[in-house]
Ligand binder design. Structure first.
Ligand SMILES: [Zn+2]
Length: 140
């Protein structure tokens, strides 16, 4: 089977969109968490949200930033920035007991090459801090 250029481009767009949807729903969850934690009416003072994302969480940081921007655009949260802290993937080997930082997607122990490993860090998806401008600054 042969694909011409146009068809290939369509396939690529489709892949990008579905990926975007995933990050979009994560951005929505982040905003729900934020809104739960800030006082009502204080949305305009939201400066930044810091999230911690593991390398193995299946999230593309650029897409997440983009989704966050899209969702906050023209809302009271539009000046808020999303900071992303990436967490490296750390596995623990059940065979030799070694813990090591590995590059996604290589899930084997660099010391003994065993694949009997468990992830001990790098699959998190957390909102770690929410920064609000203080009321004084807001009135200036
Ligand atoms: Zn090992």
């Amino acid at each position: 089977m042969r694909f011409n250029g146009a068809l290939l481009a369509e396939v690529e767009n489709w892949i990008d969109e579905s990926r975007q949807m995933h990050e979009l729903s994560i951005a929505q969850s982040i905003l729900q968490i934020v809104q739960k934690h800030i006082p009502s009416g204080a949305g305009g003072r939201l400066r930044s949200v810091t999230v911690r994302i593991g390398e193995d969480a299946g999230v593309v940081p650029d897409s997440l930033e983009f989704s966050f921007e899209v969702l906050t655009r023209s809302t009271e949260l539009e000046h808020a920035r999303l900071h992303i802290e990436k967490v490296p993937l750390v596995i623990s080997c059940k065979k030799c007991g070694d813990a090591s930082t590995v590059e996604f997607p290589f899930f084997f122990c660099p010391r003994c090459n065993s694949r009997d490993v468990e992830i001990i860090a790098g699959d998190e998806l957390q909102v770690v801090s929410i920064e609000l401008a203080d009321a004084l600054e807001e009135s200036v």
